[in-house]
Design a protein around this ligand. Structure first.
Ligand code: 5GP
Length: 192
């Protein structure tokens, strides 16, 4: 009797400086790949006016965050621009068990932690078309104070330098749909 093909679960890590457009890319990738979903991180960062709890992030206190670390509930976590961010382990385990794809939109520090546990994780880094465009995008987001814009821009340059040595795939977000298509292709190829 022919055995049914069982799909292996797949972790896809998508990183990139804030303002590179990775959230939009991740959402579009999920729309194009039936079996893919997005991980929702926990964070101690304050919620912006446009964000929704449980959709963009789970917004939690520092104490709750520490509790989750202590209980081993996070697959990875990192301090990014002075706030804590982490990936809940339960959702990742559930999706992998179901043989589906889970996309983690996380920073370079977190990516390294995940890759250490799941060496098969696909690593994609989204680059802005230029530093000028990146600075404009960060400033236009309106969520940040001017201090924080500078912090994010410095952080972005450091992150890009680290990523060039570490990530398997670098995707430039010059044309959004093209960047999305490239990410989908990378994921499909890895699963073929
Ligand atoms: P933002 O505050 O702009 O939403 O995110 C700031 C940075 O935190 C981004 O680089 C984003 O990828 C990263 N980030 C978001 N969630 C997580 C997470 O769960 N873990 C880690 N390590 N980084 C995260």
């Amino acid at each position: 009797m022919k055995k049914a093909k069982v799909n292996k679960g797949q972790i896809v890590i998508v990183s990139g400086p804030s303002g590179a457009g990775k959230s939009t890319i991740c959402q579009r990738v999920v729309e194009m790949l039936d079996e893919a979903c997005l991980s929702v991180s926990v964070t101690t960062r304050p919620k912006s006016k446009t964000e929704k709890d449980g959709i963009d992030y789970w917004f939690i206190s520092k104490k709750e965050f520490q509790d989750r670390i202590d209980k081993g509930l996070l697959l990875e976590y990192a301090n990014v621009f002075g706030n804590m961010y982490g990936t809940p382990k339960d959702k990742v385990d559930e999706i992998l068990k179901a043989g589906k794809i889970i996309i983690l939109e996380i920073d370079v520090q977190g990516a390294r932690q995940v890759k250490a546990v799941y060496p098969d994780a696909i690593m994609i880094f989204i680059l802005p078309p230029s530093e000028k465009v990146l600075a404009e995008r960060i400033a236009n987001r309106g969520r940040d104070s001017s201090d924080s814009v500078e912090l994010r821009l410095d952080g972005a340059n450091a992150e890009i330098a680290a990523a060039r040595q570490y990530y398997e795939h670098m995707v430039v977000n010059e044309d959004l749909q093209q960047a999305v298509n490239t990410c989908v292709q990378i994921i499909r190829q890895a699963r073929a």
